[in-house]
Design a protein around this ligand. Structure first.
Ligand SMILES: Nc1nc2c(ncn2[C@@H]2O[C@H](COP(=O)(O)OP(=O)(O)OP(=O)(O)O)[C@@H](O)[C@H]2O)c(=O)[nH]1
Ligand SMILES: [Mg+2]
Length: 686
């Protein structure tokens, strides 16, 4: 409890996000780390549903982590915060959203498979955020693993700066330390000396003075001498340590604890996260982790909404110290909220604490104002501060929801609202044209989990219509458009005329509107009306009913009438003139293309690639992985992958697995576009 809490110093904190592909053993690894550090008495297991981090019923049932969860341990005088994250690509948003809270990403690689899709993604995302990286090769005890090959593959994929701090020995039953106290044993491959020298060489490369000392002293640099240059090498991405472990047998775990505590950066040593001001996104604002007495600044990186327990928000303190009873502000809200209780979480357990110092994590309950990504602070000086967020892959997979019981509309919208505050990769869209609510997520499993929660936690039953694909429309060449809107109803008339040009913009640039009208042929006050009309077409689509984008609109001429020109007339003229231009600009429909990786026993490869080609897929390659299995990579239109789970099951008798994620947009073939256009009814009301 609060009274017995030791005061923690920022320099003694380590924040580690444990990330990596599903099944690589992240949750099990954390369990073993907690046990070896004495934070729990005995390690639980994923299969029995007894781990600290997979505590929800759904996680226990599926035996996969579905949300990030936090826990902590104390070792060697440091306090280590660990964030377990889901490895299933459907839940990647939950993993990405916690990266802003840590200095180190520990990327777990399954020794049985080597680097996989999510391994690659997490290496990319953690580099983008300039996090220090640590690669952990887990399951070195498993049968048939070829650890030398796995290391070679890691270095080939991620670079030669990935260097082992230990090496497997006794056929994966143990590890030989190559760094702290170089072991006097023969590893299964390579040599302890060679590995040691490689690490030290890499570290001193960034430090001329030390390099000189090293050349003079030979191999005898002390850990103290190496500490600072080691941090610098980590921060610069000049060194990515690799550790071999088995979470099952405990091999390498004690040493990994030492690596986390002695080598990984404390909150002052990592690359600071980028904050910026509302007014200038370009200019970063410095927030100091070492300023424990300054203004308090925190960032909410995780929110959970439980219908019984209420809202639990977890934040990282980026500057200053927060104490029980403090009054804080949320973003630019003017009204302060009181932090009546502060907690530190250990999986699902809340432990009350009296304060949290810069660099640490902290949770608060039942404060409705706290949403994901909120900045909380103690001073109005910080009221337009933001933390640069990690770019998330867009949620592409959607289902239309239909209530099975009448009268639950309000309940449904409340539940959806709550679920979306928790999950940054869940989106709700309301399609006015079809009068339907579409729930969009990362994949079939993601949405299934959400619908299940809606039923069990919120008591709402919905039926779903087939997946809606997030098509887009765009134009492919320049054109001109014109419309004269003239209406005489009774006494008052409506008049507005618009001439405009449109130009395609590069993919992903969105929409630009420019006013080049000279001589007031369209009076300035009606220009926003023209833009409003154009935007109506952008939202509702021009050829197939999907959002139109990557287009620049230049309004350059028009006509008005001193009495009959009204806003509504220019909205209508803008809309029609734009539709006119689009129809002459070779409009096309773009479709999302997914990257898919299928892992299967050898003998089904032909069937799988044949089927993928049949659904417009392009095979990118296939690699042999462990135990007669092959990993096939392909790019396939998302629209064709609606029921791939079932297809793969029947093709491989249930032995194949796959992961997929959104990759990019591409032009649909003419046949597909025709089909989409057929069902489109443009709105005609004005
Ligand atoms: N042989 C062996 N099995 C392991 C080891 N670590 C984990 N496993 C097993 O691998 C399976 C997956 O482990 P998890 O800890 O759930 O993997 P995860 O990375 O958390 O998976 P997600 O939560 O889906 O991302 C479980 O059956 C574990 O018992 C290990 O070191 N050796
Ligand atoms: Mg897990």
């Amino acid at each position: 409890m609060a009274a017995s809490q030791k005061l923690l110093h920022t320099k003694d904190i380590r924040n580690i996000a444990v990330v990596g592909h599903a099944g690589s053993g992240k949750t099990t690894l954390i369990e073993t780390l907690l046990e070896k550090a004495g934070a729990i008495n005995s390690a639980g297991s994923v299969s029995k549903g007894t781990t600290i981090c997979d505590f929800s019923d759904q996680e226990k049932h599926l035996q996969h982590s579905l949300d990030a969860s936090a826990c902590h341990l104390e070792t060697g005088g440091t306090s280590i915060n660990l964030l377990d994250t889901p490895g299933y690509p459907d839940f990647m948003g939950r993993a990405l959203s916690v990266l802003s809270a840590v200095e180190t990403a520990a990327i777990v690689v399954n020794a049985q498979t080597g680097p996989e899709l999510v391994t690659q993604r997490m290496m990319d995302f953690s580099s983008q955020r300039k996090l220090c990286q640590l690669i952990i090769v887990n399951k070195i005890d498993a049968e048939g693993v070829e650890l030398g090959k796995v290391l070679a593959e890691i270095r080939e994929t991620f670079g030669r700066q990935c260097l082992p701090l230990n090496l497997p020995a006794q056929q994966g039953k143990a590890v030989a330390d190559c760094f702290f106290e170089p072991a006097d044993q023969t590893p299964d491959f390579s040599s302890v000396d060679a590995a040691h020298t490689e690490i030290v060489d890499q570290v001193v490369e960034l430090d001329e003075e030390l390099m000189e000392a090293y050349l003079e002293q030979g191999d005898e640099l002390s850990l103290e001498q190496l500490h600072d240059p080691f941090e610098r090498a980590l921060r610069a991405g000049h060194l990515v340590p690799v550790c071999f472990v088995s979470s099952e047998t405990g091999a390498g775990i004690k040493q990994l604890l030492r690596v986390l505590s002695e080598l990984m950066p404390n909150p002052m040593e990592g690359n600071p996260p980028e904050f910026f001001n509302d007014t200038s996104e370009e200019k970063t604002v410095t927030v100091n982790a070492d300023d424990v007495d300054g203004h308090f600044v925190g960032h909410v990186f995780k929110v959970n909404v439980d219908p019984y327990v209420g809202r639990l928000a977890t934040f990282r303190v980026h500057q200053g110290t927060v104490k029980t009873g403090d009054q804080i502000f949320v973003g630019n809200h003017r009204k302060a909220v009181k932090l009546a209780h502060l907690y530190r979480v250990q999986g699902k357990n809340l432990e009350e604490v009296s304060s949290a110092v810069s660099g640490n994590f902290c949770s608060v309950s039942k404060i409705e104002e706290l949403h994901f990504d909120a900045i909380i602070h103690s001073s109005h000086d910080e009221d337009d501060l933001h933390l640069r967020s990690t770019k998330m892959p867009p949620p592409m997979y959607g289902v239309a929801l239909e209530l099975t019981q009448r009268g639950q509309e309000k309940k449904l919208s409340d539940a959806l609202h709550k679920l979306t505050t928790e999950d940054p990769s869940l989106k709700i869209e309301f399609h006015a044209q079809a009068n339907e609510t579409v729930l969009r997520g990362m994949g079939e499993l993601h949405l299934r989990i959400i619908l299940e929660r809606m039923k069990t936690e919120f008591g709402i039953d919905v039926s779903t219509q087939p997946p809606k694909i997030a098509y887009l429309e765009t134009v492919t060449r320049k054109s001109e458009g014109h419309h004269r809107h003239k209406k005489q109803t009774g006494g008052a008339g409506q008049f507005g005329e618009v001439f405009l040009r449109i130009e395609p913009l590069p993919r992903g640039s969105g929409f630009e509107f420019s006013n080049k009208v000279v001589g007031g042929t369209i009076p300035g006050q009606f220009i926003p009306a023209v833009e409003k009309g154009v935007r109506q077409v952008l939202d509702g689509g021009a050829i197939a009913g999907y959002p139109l984008q990557d287009v620049k609109v230049i309004v350059y001429d028009g006509k008005h009438h001193p009495v009959d020109s009204k806003e509504i007339a220019f909205v209508a003229a803008g809309k029609r003139a734009f539709s006119d231009a689009v129809s002459k600009a070779k409009p096309i429909v773009l479709e999302p293309i997914a990257k898919i990786e299928v892992t299967t026993p050898n003998n089904y490869v032909g069937d799988i690639t044949g089927h993928l080609s049949g659904i417009r897929g392009r095979i990118a390659g296939s690699d042999a992985t462990a135990r007669n299995r092959v990993k096939i990579s392909a790019e396939v239109p998302l629209a064709e992958l609606g029921d791939y789970q079932t297809t793969l099951k029947s093709l491989t008798g249930g032995e194949g697995t796959f992961t997929m994620e959104f990759d990019h947009y591409e032009k649909t073939p003419p046949g597909v576009q025709k089909g989409l256009e057929k069902t489109f009814r443009p709105t005609t009301e004005e």
